[in-house]
Design a protein around this ligand. Structure first.
Ligand code: 8YV
Length: 313
């Protein structure tokens, strides 16, 4: 199938997905170019659609500079790097990739949680450094049976809860609205933080949730509290978090996301009560292909005048 439309591919998608785009559309691969600004100016008059992956930003200026633009396919469930208001005003449709990554992100949340509680990374390092020959690895903390709180009970939040049930945890959550679920609902985040041992953040990023987890929430979580962030760095006040980890206001953190990716403060890296991952929540061959294929399928559907699989606006 060939569709005579020009697609600007802004990020390095999985190879198989790039092949799908190449087979169907005329593709413009800005991610390969050294002088991206010049390239964008050169091709701007032609571009009908964009395929993009966070953290690449699609600003109002970029949308304004592409007069023929009709659709932006976002690789990821979170679309906070795209100016949705501007896109909507300019009659540009935006799509995302929900559901196909639920398992992967939920699995990563569990892995991070266990890594923090059971000090899996440190224990591995201890062995590799041959320290086992001299002493026993210090005891860690039990996770099973603890109180687990989820901030954001959407599709991924539910997938996390489902897994955490297997650990016999007392599960509770905070989200804007109470859901029809058998978990305890806290209308106020601070009450959830006060109640739980672990606070797992899986709420969308963007202005509305910026620094939802602040100094006060960290204080409520308390000295035995663990924070897990698998959502967006912007949801947590990172400076307050580093301070809370340094001073023992909370016990530990497992973070897959940061405020200014890929930059991670040295202060955070130097702490011994954190496990830090380079935003790999959805990063498996299988899931990243499914996500990319969904971007492709949405863009194909748009140009065939079919219903979009997962519209955002
Ligand atoms: C993406 C994500 O892979 O889905 C999201 O919102 O953050 C990740 O799963 C990421 O945006 C790609 O860089």
């Amino acid at each position: 199938m060939k569709i005579d439309k020009n697609i600007l591919i802004m990020s390095r998608f999985p190879k198989r997905v790039i092949s799908h785009f190449d087979e169907t559309f005329n593709t413009f691969k800005i991610y390969e170019k050294v002088d991206k600004e010049k390239y964008l100016i050169d091709v701007s008059e032609k571009i009908d659609g964009i395929a993009v992956m966070g953290p690449t930003v699609v600003s109002a200026d970029i949308i304004n500079s592409l007069p023929k633009l009709k659709i932006i396919g976002n690789f990821g469930v979170g679309f906070d790097a795209i100016d949705i208001k501007k896109a909507t005003d300019a009659n540009v449709r935006v799509t995302n990739t929900p559901d196909v990554l639920n398992d992967e992100v939920a699995d990563t949340a569990v892995a991070l949680t266990l890594s923090v509680y059971r000090k899996i990374i440190d224990a591995n390092q201890f062995l590799l450094n041959k320290l086992w020959l001299k002493s026993e690895f210090p005891l860690s903390r039990k996770f099973s049976g603890s109180k687990f709180g989820i901030l954001g009970m959407g599709r991924i939040g539910k997938a996390i809860a489902q897994r955490i049930e297997a650990f016999n945890c007392d599960i509770s959550y905070h989200s804007r609205n109470k859901k029809d679920l058998n978990y305890k609902y806290f209308p106020k985040l601070e009450n959830l933080a006060e109640h739980v041992d672990t606070l797992c953040v899986i709420t969308p990023g963007g202005h509305e949730t910026k620094h939802l987890v602040n100094k006060n929430i960290l204080k409520k979580l308390g000295e035995n509290g663990v924070i897990i962030n698998i959502a967006r760095g912007s949801v947590i006040d990172q400076t307050a978090l580093i301070e809370a980890l340094k001073t023992g206001t909370i016990s530990g953190a497992g973070l897959d996301v940061f405020e200014d990716e890929p930059n991670v403060p040295e202060d955070l890296m130097n702490l011994n009560n954190v496990v830090l991952l380079p935003h790999v929540g959805s990063a498996t061959v299988e899931t990243r292909y499914q996500m990319g294929k969904m971007v492709y399928d949405n863009i194909v559907a748009f140009f065939k005048n079919e219903k979009l699989l997962s519209p955002v606006n």
